[in-house]
Design a protein around this ligand. Sequence first.
Ligand SMILES: Nc1ncnc2c1ncn2[C@@H]1O[C@H](COP(=O)(O)OP(=O)(O)OP(=O)(O)O)[C@@H](O)[C@H]1O
Ligand SMILES: [Mg+2]
Length: 749
Amino acid sequence: MGMKGEGGVDLPEGMDGRVKEALDMWGIKSLYPPQKDSFPAIAEGKNLVVCVPTAAGKSLIAYSAIINKVVKKGKKALYIVPLRALASEKFEELKQLNRLGIKVALSYGDFDDDDRYLERFDVVVATSEKADSLLRHRTRWLSDLSVIVADEVHLLNDKGRGPTLEVILTRFKQLNPKAQMICLSATVKNSADIAGWLGAELIESDFRPVKLSEGVLYGGSVRTSDGKERALTADTGDPVTDAVLDVVLHSDDGKGQALVFVYTRRNAEAAAVNMSKVLGSRLSGADTARLTEVVDGLGGSDSRIGKRLKQAVSGGAAFHHAGLSNEHRKLIEVAFKERRIKVLFATPTLAAGINLPARRVIVRDWKRFEQFNPQAPIPVLEVKQMFGRAGRPRFDTEGQSYIYARNEEEVDLLMERYIWGEAEEIYSKLGSFPALRMHILSSFATNYVRDMDELWEFIRSTFFAYQNDTWKITTDVEDVISFLEEEEFIKVDGDKVEATDFGKRVARLYIDPLSAVILRKALLSEPKKLTTFSILQAACYTPDIHKMFVRRKEYEKILEEIYSREDELLMDIPTEKADYDFFLASVKSAIFLLEWIGDGELGMEANEERLEKLFNVGPGDIRSKVETAKWILYSMRELARLFNSPMAKAVDLVALRVEHGIKRELLELIGVKGVGRVRARRLFDAGIKGPDDIRSSTVQRLSSVHGIGRVLALAIKNEVLGPEGEILEEDEPGEEEVGTGQSRLGDFS
Ligand SMILES: Nc1ncnc2c1ncn2[C@@H]1O[C@H](COP(=O)(O)OP(=O)(O)OP(=O)(O)O)[C@@H](O)[C@H]1O
Ligand SMILES: [Mg+2]
């Protein structure tokens, strides 16, 4: 018999009592059945694959395993998630363990770092890419891990993120065979494969703590899984709008909210704006007042996205997609959680793992564009994940999830496939050439693998090998080895393989080996003219930079750019069609970055509105593009050093300018704390061109610059004067305290 807690939670024998303390702290009165089923295995330290429906409380299973181990001295845990947003949610919850003396860190960001400071923490939450990069740096504390959690482990099936997740789990299996692995998965058909692969106990269940009624929305009514049909209140005649109004305006407790999944960002924005027109006039005065606060919080952004967002929010609706700035995205999530925003139109990126108070989910678009099928139906697994955002335990006591049929024929099809149908099987995606290229190099570079035998031993313990005969990839592996050898990433001596300095550096930089080949070629070239464009174009040609699609009407402009800048190119213009298109795309990306750093047509740092207009990107895209470019330029500079390239200095300068989005002339100002790209530009244009000018200007004069209030002026001045020269403001500060310039993207400070 286990210990009986007052709250009714029964801990099995061998489980540390502090798990109970944590459960109490989180207000858990009793365990859900899948949690109860998992506890004995946790207590025994077994590996576990938990494959249960959405909202069944999988995280708590992992948390309990973590606490059970890390309360013991010197034991550590790693919680791996696919996305940063999810990392933050898990971190916020785990952080509360501080009260039990458990220290928790959130780790993302810089890939070229061993983050030794993480040693001081007991639990680290990280994305799979970050975990991979830590492995590549052979970060010491990784061998102290006693629990490894993989959340959303069904993403092994994902072409993009799957291979990395698979490789790190395989590596951990070899590196820490004693560590306990806890894998949390959405419902998939072949969960036994994952369990078999990891030698784990499998917990399966169809338990869901909050009833979720699933159905197909068509016309004015919903057909649910039990075959019943229910008519919705008809307000407008548009089925999706009515299904939203039905839950928002006609629920008994007045707390109904809806989350609608659409496929494109444009659709999300348009739908939210339209919805706000219908919904806004029907909201109470109190609701509207609470929304006005949100609109005010969104700040003075006049980008198209910002304006649309404010317009939508004023009427109780909002949209959520990767184009939003981080600040706006967070504000929207919070306002939705606070039940201010009533309906959220989101792209599928919001689907995985997140807890939201959506009583009703509507999947409006169930087809999407794929390379070989422009009308590909979304997998059942993904629709179920979206469905699962409705009816979350802490927010609601029941949920409804509907998928939208556009015509009568679709109704039966959707019932069959998504309501009664089962989620697909998942398959390893490690067998692709780029994935193998990346991970085989890292295996050698990190010395985890030292010869061909060990490489095959590693491959044989992957999920891929568990599901396939490895001979299927023999040729691919051999091709990868030849590629790596020819490009001098590795030296092969009989069976022995050793990474070169180049190979080692590239693996730690966390870039695709093919990117490194391109960068090396660029760095060793001798262009007639080396310009900022030269460097940016080469960086943007690497596969690690996302392609910026070149539209037909842009072709000519891009071609012109190429021909007028032929002297500046660091590489030959490819002739093969696919490479050629990629080359054009790289030029477009380079032009984008030139605009960003003030070397574009305008001759001035482009603001959000301009970038949005020219490149159809939102603030969130700008940020992620800048971040990626910064990382590749950093890598380029590191490689320049390795190869003693005379371009090193130039690359350094470009990297710095891209990081801050500025012309060279603002470099001095950007070094001052509190000064971002917008303020730097304003100060510069007002004649204040560097720290010396700040020192010699009065606070009065500084604060007369648009966007710089007196408080900030004083702060900047003191920053430049240093602790010795600090001055205090005697006057009462005026009204317009906070500058407006800072709420914008790209101020970064
Ligand atoms: N035993 C419990 N009693 C009450 N609430 C619980 C219990 N277990 C978990 N919860 C709550 O249920 C919610 C959903 O849990 P969690 O996020 O772990 O779900 P999940 O199974 O990971 O779902 P998803 O597949 O969507 O990621 C959380 O808010 C959590 O705090
Ligand atoms: Mg989860």
